[in-house]
Write a protein that binds this ligand. Sequence first.
Ligand code: GRF
Length: 200
Amino acid sequence: MQKLNLAVFISGAGSNLRAIIEACKDANYPAQISIVIANKNEAKGIEFAKENNIPYKIIPHKNFANRAEFEQEILDEINKYEIDLLCLAGFMRVLSNHFLENFKQDIINIHPSLLPKYKGVDAIGQALRDGAEETGCTIHYVVPEVDSGEIILKRRVTIEKDDDSDSLLKKINKEEHIAYVEAIMKIAKTKKITDNAFHE
Ligand code: GRF
């Protein structure tokens, strides 16, 4: 079966990474993970890559004098693989325009709100402070302006009166895992079978 080669970038718990890994275990799922990149030594999610024998590389941003050098190291690493789709899954660094221009394939991100609402940091806190009745998660293409690229899909979550940031985060996370797996599937379907980007 032809599959999209994914690079997944993480910074923390990696629960979205785990959801993608689990989906990729299905022979009929149209994607496979080629490389996982973490920008922090303590990113727990890297364990999921290890457990599943997926290549991974920890590239701590703190080890670099500037963003350009950090990003070049990432580009050098992912260019070893024929990546078709870069998935940001809780990756807490903003990628520069230079990176976006130099990585030719699509990049997607997950954000814990129903974009365009509550862009930027603490989207869950923003929704709670706003007294919103619902929020959710969005998978979108990455463009230079943060949290602003074309939306691929969203999943909704109802905010109950007794929800706090912990309970809401749990509800959103659950939907995120479904959303990420669906979004990759949706993208794979729109790629033409003749596309060089596909791999046997
Ligand atoms: C998710 O809530 C995502 O929306 C945000 O970072 C979190 C990552 O969670 N961008 P995990 O590391 O995948 O568990």
